[in-house]
Ligand binder design. Structure first.
Ligand SMILES: [Cu+2]
Length: 158
């Protein structure tokens, strides 16, 4: 009798330890977001608008809701989409979804960070502080390097 109930307790504990990762236990939990490979394009010839790119991964479902940078009057998360055969970009009004444990890449031709009102020219090798704000995770500070994004440069020789 004692042995049987001890076994029952044991198997219950084992089941709990093996709980499915996407069970509702995790719903609403606060994750942590890591940002890597942040790059902003230079702003030659007095350009005041530029794009920044990076990779994000969150330990829980979250949303990138806003961006700010001391070098720009305004920073927005943009998406690219085809409209009337023209590639248009627009602000992601509801933010950028970050599914749990998935790498979300902002890259040329796709989602990107747009800096507007950049008054001091950004030159290759400069750094740009970006503050990323999320729906639930704590804000993340990331330092972007000014240069050409790596994506799109590895097409080989022409
Ligand atoms: Cu844009």
């Amino acid at each position: 009798m004692i042995r049987a109930s001890a076994l029952a307790v044991l198997s219950t504990l084992t089941l709990a330890a093996c709980g499915q990762p996407d069970s509702s236990d995790n719903a609403g939990s606060v994750g942590r977001v890591v940002a890597t490979d942040a790059v902003c394009r230079p702003t030659p010839n007095g350009r005041q608008v530029t794009g920044c790119y990076l990779s994000l991964i969150s330990t829980a479902d979250d949303t990138l809701v806003s961006i700010s940078s001391p070098v720009a009057a305004l920073a927005q998360v943009h998406e690219m989409r085809m409209e009337s055969n023209m590639m248009m970009m627009r602000k992601l009004e509801t933010g950028l979804p970050l599914p749990e444990d998935q790498i979300v890449t902002l890259a040329p031709g796709g989602n990107h960070i747009m800096l507007m009102g950049v008054t001091e020219p950004l030159k290759t090798g400069d750094t740009v502080p970006l503050t990323l704000t999320f729906a639930t995770a704590a804000p993340v500070e990331v330092t972007a390097t000014v240069g050409q994004p790596a994506v799109g440069e590895d097409h080989g020789t022409h």
